[in-house]
Design a protein around this ligand. Structure first.
Ligand code: HXC
Length: 522
């Protein structure tokens, strides 16, 4: 090459490499060591584990803050404290932002936020999932209001992208104050035990304002949010565990609401008998069994991926595959509080149903529910509007909806668990199903109160009436005779039926009234 054509001189190359290398060192050796000593990986190590090896392309590495306030003019913050870009996860493109706590505590200033806006905008136009790995001291205090503007722009993009692309947040360090609202606006929140915490106000402020004493972990650690508040869907053991589980979750999700579902090849048989299901229902109706066994038996290879495993355990939500296609399962679990519907169970199921519907994932419901939880606690917590969410979410969903009634299916809860009247495409019941307005004991106490009181032997009379009610209503036949359920099936045939129904409903389309959007009772 001629000398005068050689614009890329050694000097320019060296300068480029040196600049780049400086930015890649993050907050420096001391801060990186501190991060590791806390059992945390750095943002770059996290990105490396999240993405398929060598696939990550960094975006806007050279962006710098431009604040001169409170000593910032002299302060270098490598990569502005956040690594942004895109790469492949399980071979599919995903966009991500990972806050770097080693660089000024991953604090979010104007330009840090703009880097995040940039990859979120790219994810939205490319219609690909977005993953945020949070580890930050919050709004960069020295910069003032531009930091708040930065958060506002993230919240706006989280909302605009809601139901359009899957959005996932991993809380891998501090997330305090208003910063918690980006995770809450995304579809899935992962937290790392011991290092991730989220709260609106920290322990010191709480003590000063209301005198309550609580430590960081009890207030907003992964266990707290996974068991008490339900803010966290997945409480993970370590950074590595968290990143592996994010990859797993993404394997069930499409790139966007306009993209096909990720189908894998299944080695399971479409005709597999589920013999275990013939014996799973206990001999007495008030005995418990684990609905998760039913779900796993029906799923390809017995594999289920369960969000909210530790919260509202009376309701199970899970992703499974059936002949390689992702399916969202919603099920009462009689193992916990008899599988009753309460405020938390309704919220858990409703949000899951809306997520699946938004991303075209078919819904499979297993119902064994004694009713809504009675009592002042539930009434004053708003079971009326929370329970209504479930009715709304199921009715609004236009994806294929299949329901299997395994045992109790009483009253309003029967309607709520994806009955035909809420738009289920096909409802099946096992011979053990009891589809009735209420359980036999409660029903007889009300409708035969007088007869029981006036009988010579009230105890015997009551038993006789209960038996008669059970004979008439505690079975699936009355509902099947009226076409209120479509079929009664032997439990061991459940997977086979589901496989063929999902196939039959593959091209289901349902057109709803033209309007701006529903107004779900939030
Ligand atoms: C600027 C920050 C910062 C912040 C941390 N740093 N948080 N810089 N703005 N918000 C810097 C520190 O000055 C320090 O810089 C480096 O990050 C590491 O912080 P340390 O305090 O040394 O780390 P550690 O002891 O591990 O404590 C972590 C921490 C603590 C608990 C997160 O830093 C902290 O309490 N930070 C403030 C948290 C907070 O109140 N944030 C809310 C801001 S208001 P050097 O240069 O020494 O390395 C907010 C509102 C958002 O976020 C509203 C959105 C709607």
């Amino acid at each position: 090459m001629e000398k005068d054509q050689k614009g890329l001189t050694e000097e320019k190359l060296d300068m480029f490499e040196e600049n780049k290398a400086n930015l890649l060192t993050m907050g420096g050796t001391k801060m990186v060591r501190k991060q590791h000593d806390l059992g945390k990986l750095t943002a770059r190590e996290r990105i490396d584990l999240l993405f398929d090896p060598g696939s990550f392309q960094e975006v806007q590495l050279f962006v710098k803050h431009r604040s001169t306030l409170l000593g910032l003019a002299e302060k270098e913050i490598p990569a502005e404290g956040v690594i942004t870009g895109f790469g492949r996860i399980n071979g599919r493109t995903v966009f991500a932002a990972a806050q770097d706590f080693t660089s000024s505590g991953g604090s979010l200033g104007e330009m840090h936020a703009k880097k995040i806006w940039k990859v979120m905008d790219m994810a939205l136009s490319a219609r690909k999932p977005f993953v945020a790995l949070n580890d930050s001291g919050g709004a960069r205090i020295q910069e003032g209001v531009p930091s708040l503007e930065g958060y506002g722009g993230i919240f706006y993009r989280n909302t605009v992208g809601s139901g359009y692309i899957p959005q996932i947040t991993a809380v891998m360090g501090p997330t305090a104050g208003g910063a918690v609202y980006s995770p809450a606006l995304t579809d899935w929140v992962f937290m790392v035990k011991k290092s991730g915490f989220m709260y609106i106000t920290g322990p010191d402020v709480i003590k000063a304002v209301i005198g309550e004493e609580v430590n960081h972990d009890d207030l907003g650690g992964a266990n707290t949010h996974a068991t008490k508040s339900g803010v966290c869907h997945f409480a993970t053991e370590s950074d590595e565990d968290c990143l592996t589980k994010i990859r797993m979750l993404l394997s069930y999700l499409p790139d966007s609401c306009h993209s096909p579902l990720p189908i894998t090849s299944s080695t399971d048989s479409p005709d597999r008998d589920c013999d275990d299901l013939d014996t799973i229902i206990p001999d007495r109706t008030n005995r418990a069994y684990d609905m998760k066994r039913v779900i796993a038996t029906v799923a390809d290879g017995g594999v289920m991926f369960e969000p909210h495993e530790l919260w509202a355990k009376n309701m199970v939500v899970a992703f499974i595959r059936v002949m390689g296609r992702p399916v969202g399962v919603i099920a009462n679990n009689p193992r916990f509080n008899a599988g009753v519907l309460d405020v938390q169970a309704s919220d858990k199921a409703s949000r899951f149903i809306r997520f699946c519907d938004a991303f075209n994932i078919p819904l499979l419901t297993f119902s064994d529910v004694p009713g809504y939880m009675p009592g002042t606690h539930q009434e004053w917590s708003g079971i009326i509007s929370h329970g209504a969410k479930l009715l709304h979410a199921y009715s609004e969903a236009t994806v294929p909806k299949i329901t299997v009634v395994t045992r109790k299916d009483y009253g309003g809860a029967y309607i709520a668990m994806c009955s035909k009247q809420l738009g289920a495409d096909y409802v099946m019941a096992w011979p053990t199903a009891e589809i009735a307005v209420m359980g036999a004991e409660g029903a007889c106490n009300i409708i035969y109160r007088k007869e029981i009181a006036e009988a010579t032997d009230p105890v015997e009379k009551r038993k006789e009436l209960v038996r008669s009610y059970e004979g008439q209503f505690n079975n699936p036949y009355f509902a099947a005779n009226l076409g209120i359920i479509d079929e009664i099936i032997r439990p061991r045939d459940t997977r086979r039926r589901i496989v063929s129904l999902l196939e039959a409903l593959l091209n289901k389309t349902e057109v709803r009234l033209p309007k701006k959007h529903n107004n779900i009772p939030l």
